[in-house]
Design a protein around this ligand. Structure first.
Ligand code: ZN
Length: 213
């Protein structure tokens, strides 16, 4: 029986490279691969999956409004589906991928992020966690040597961003994979440097009635 796979990892864990290597391996066995990607990822141009180590391939771009079942019917019969940035698919589209596994006996391999820059699930990744037959973590390390699990969003000045929309591509922000401890430490240091009062001082100020109104 075919399976739905979710292979997740933090930024920089070579997910795109692994997606493309997996495609190559299937094709070497004479199998056809339908390579797709959600349209919300525009980093590398509209239809390119590109890894940092230089591998790249054209993929069919799927918009959030599009039915993957219909797109697959149009694309024609393939032996396997591989996708990168799978976290950007809608939960409904992940359901459709599940349908292709069940009804077409088609293996579907989804590579992507599990969580956003504030450590919350992407809706597509959550649905994959719920539906996948096989869930594996592609590991990468933080600068301190621990396993990186947080996809920190970094602004042009190198500061960790702690608010904003879940999906924000472009601009001068970048992403860095960190362990949770280093991420929290960097935010704490930023807040201390900026003189932002901690929650405790806010509370004691309110209790003492010294807060100005
Ligand atoms: Zn760390």
């Amino acid at each position: 029986m075919a399976k739905l796979y979710f292979k997740y990892g933090a930024m920089g864990s070579s997910k795109s490279a692994q997606a493309l290597i997996t495609k190559f391996n299937y094709e070497e066995l004479g199998m056809t691969v339908w390579l797709i990607k959600p349209s919300t990822d525009t980093r590398d141009g509209a239809d390119l999956i590109r890894s940092r180590i230089g591998l790249e391939a054209h993929a069919e771009v799927i918009t959030p409004e599009q039915s993957i079942l219909e797109a697959y019917r149009t694309a024609g019969r393939h032996d396997v589906i591989i996708t990168d940035e799978a976290q950007f698919f809608t939960p409904e589209q992940i359901d459709e991928l599940r349908t292709l596994v069940d009804e077409e006996d088609l293996p579907v391999l989804c590579f992507g992020l599990r969580t956003d820059f504030l450590t919350h699930f992407f809706p597509g990744a959550q649905r994959l966690m719920e539906l996948a037959d096989s869930i594996t973590e592609i590991k990468t390390v933080c600068a301190c040597g621990r396993k990186a699990t947080v996809n920190a969003r970094i602004d042009a000045r190198g500061r960790v961003i702690t608010e904003g929309a879940q999906v924000f591509l472009g601009g001068n922000d970048s992403y860095m994979a960190m362990c949770h401890q280093c991420w929290k430490k960097k935010i704490r240091e930023q807040n201390e440097a900026a003189g932002t009062p901690s929650m405790q001082t806010e509370q004691s100020r309110r209790k003492n009635g010294t807060e100005r109104t």
